[in-house]
Write a protein that binds this ligand. Sequence first.
Ligand code: FPP
Length: 245
Amino acid sequence: MTEANELEEKLDKAKLPCHIAIIMDGNGRWARKRRLPRVAGHRAGVKSVREIVRACGEIGIKVLTLYAFSVENWKRPRREVDTLMRLLREFLRREIPNLNKNRVRLMAIGRLKELPGKVQETLEKAIKSTEKNDGLILNLAINYGGRSEIVDAVKGLAKDVEKGICKLEEINEEIFEKYLYTSHLPDPDLLIRTSGEHRVSNFLLWQVSYSEIWVTPVYWPDFRRRHLLEALLDYQRRERRFGGI
Ligand code: FPP
């Protein structure tokens, strides 16, 4: 029996997190350790994406949000940004048959209109082609920033107040959430960060208010199904109180 199988047997299927969000960190360090260019780390990271999407679907997770590209990532060298965009497009193009076979529905959050035209096109196609799937929702955060999301939500809400669609006095958390990119999704129950950093890095700032956080020193390109299972087992040992007692 493999290590992953042994871990999976211990899992309580009735206590699974509904939504897992992952900060896929450490691609650059993974590559440096092997004296490879940083982009080799990102390429290797795509393999982990495939394995984890598949694992989440099989285990019965409802939503998986992956931090694929942040609004801050444009500051990286041109070559690296270009490679990340290319890898995203390749993934979206090549994975469609697989996603459909495994009933995975693709969604995306972020300032998507600012992405290169070709990426937008491929993304729209992938979203459209998987929209009827009823399995795992794979939600990619691309050109995403938690603060920009909140600013965008405030602008949307302010517009509706101006138009009289919403009254200022009526605004509460429930209404505000409807203006976030994630209005159609539950908040993450579990936030995983790879490569050992204990930071939220502008990811889903509003939504992670009550998420359980699990950090592993493993670099993203080395992250496998057994690491996901470790995270899930740790999550199941925790008691969530949402501010109560
Ligand atoms: C962080 O590692 C990772 C990223 C900025 C990009 C993540 C992208 C992928 C895994 C590939 C494309 C994604 C999909 C969904 C197909 P880092 O470069 O910051 O690592 P470092 O901190 O070690 O330098």
